[in-house]
Write a protein that binds this ligand. Structure first.
Ligand code: COS
Length: 396
């Protein structure tokens, strides 16, 4: 298509509007292929069993570490993959297309466990943690949510006071991903360190007074690790402060912005996986003398979901691109999160519907997809929080 030359004086904004590059670079496409081959070849065959047995995927994490996927957006100097955020989103999407538990294990590790160390840590903290995190030998966890601080994340009750060169921590966290596996290394928590002051502190697993509770019995994401944490006079060195004192809330809000991109990729991937399954089933299933994919009622569902996926994917990739370009991506990440979470729920529901009674049976992946989808409208900020973020950005 030949585009008209923009009028003088308007060339910059117009050019930037037109400069949407829909093609992946060779490197991005190669990473997508690698992730797809791994997801389809290694994850897919064990996904149902991991879910049924609520078993953490240690072997897959090890393999993802060896493939370089556990630290994909971090510099090679720290043992990372040196790739961009879009490449990372592509990896999460391919995993969630097959198994959300494996997808969130990698996504929470990368965006929430590793990012605070990389973005806010000093060189000695990075030297201590980054190589193991990027190799997938150590998992990091992010401790923001508390019984009284969910959507209202600033309402932190966990306290840390300085005593003899150590932080003494008392409080509780909940719904913390990757906190209690055999390879969990630490949790980076928000804590009140003074009047009106919230800071981030690294608490290594095994610290006396820091207890990791029993894994929750969840609706979905059964093979992922999610636990409550408690701190009862837990002591860590003063140097475990992450970034400047008093900056904890802003640091964690920034961390969540990035996390919303990966959770959006989870939604796109889950929706695509639901569509894959629904299409395959509809082609095969015969009713009234023909394949049900030939009925308009089924075709309309498939067409609508595929169109919604195409739109949601673009929004997600746009948020990733904005982050890579160093632009403010909070708004786009919130929009992508809102859009993709709802889409995942709808796509999974339609996929179950197309499967009829079989969709209600656990042997069919769409049954698991349906249970796995709902958290995408809740975790990493509820839909209502995304609406708040979006409305504020609009100036409403
Ligand atoms: N990046 C950097 N700084 C941010 C920020 C962001 N995305 N969002 C807010 N801030 C800063 C503000 O600029 C403000 O700074 P100043 O005090 O210097 O003005 C400060 O943080 C407080 O911001 P705000 O007044 O907007 O905070 P609120 O308490 O009103 O909270 C929401 C805002 C609702 C957006 C926040 O609490 C939130 O995201 N909650 C959901 C938490 C969540 O997603 N939990 C799920 C965790 S799953 S791992």
């Amino acid at each position: 298509m030949h585009l008209k030359r923009p009028a003088a004086g308007r060339s910059r904004p117009l050019r930037s509007l037109l400069a949407v590059d829909f093609d992946l670079s060779d490197e991005q496409a190669a990473i997508q292929r690698l992730a797809r081959d791994f997801a389809q070849g290694e994850v897919r065959p064990v996904a149902e069993e991991l879910d049924r047995e609520k078993r953490f995927p240690y072997e897959l994490v090890k393999q993802m570490g060896e493939l370089g996927l556990m630290g994909i957006p971090y510099p090679e100097s720290y043992g990372g993959g040196g790739a961009d955020t879009l490449s990372y989103a592509l990896v999460v999407e391919e995993l969630a297309r097959v198994d959300s538990s494996v997808g969130i294990t990698l996504a929470a590790h990368t965006s929430l466990g590793t990012w605070p160390i990389y973005a806010f840590g000093d060189e000695s903290q990075k030297a201590e943690w980054m190589p193991g995190l990027c190799a997938g030998e150590t998992l990091g966890a992010f401790g923001l949510t508390e019984p009284e601080a969910g959507s209202d994340a600033a309402n932190v009750r966990t306290r840390a006071r300085l005593e003899d060169g150590e932080w003494v921590i008392d409080g509780a966290k909940q719904f913390i991903t990757n906190s209690g596996t055999d390879i969990s290394g630490f949790v980076a928590i928000t804590a009140r360190t003074g009047e009106g002051e919230i800071s981030n502190i690294i608490v290594p697993n095994g610290t006396p007074g820091y207890a990791v509770g029993q894994a929750y019995r969840k609706m979905g994401w059964n093979a992922s690790d999610t636990r409550p944490l408690s701190f009862d006079g837990a002591r860590v060195p003063e140097e475990n402060l992450l970034g400047p004192r008093g900056m904890g809330f802003k640091q964690f809000m920034q961390t969540l912005d990035g996390g919303r991109i990966s959770v959006s990729a989870m939604g796109v991937g889950l929706a695509q996986g639901a569509l894959d399954e629904a299409l395959a089933y509809a082609r095969e299933r015969q009713a009234f003398g023909k394949s049900i994919s030939k009925f308009q009622a089924i075709q309309a569902k498939l067409a609508d979901i595929s169109t919604e996926i195409a739109a949601a994917r673009l929004l997600t990739y746009k948020a990733a691109k904005e982050k890579d370009e160093g632009r403010n991506f909070s708004l786009t990440a919130a929009q992508a999160k809102l859009k993709t979470g709802r889409l995942a729920v709808r796509a999974a529901e339609e996929a179950v519907q197309i499967h009829g009674g079989y969709g209600y049976i656990e042997e069919y992946p769409v049954c698991r997809f349906y249970r796995d989808a709902k958290i995408l409208t809740i975790g990493e900020g509820t839909d209502e929080v995304q609406q708040m973020v979006i409305a504020r950005a609009l100036g409403a």
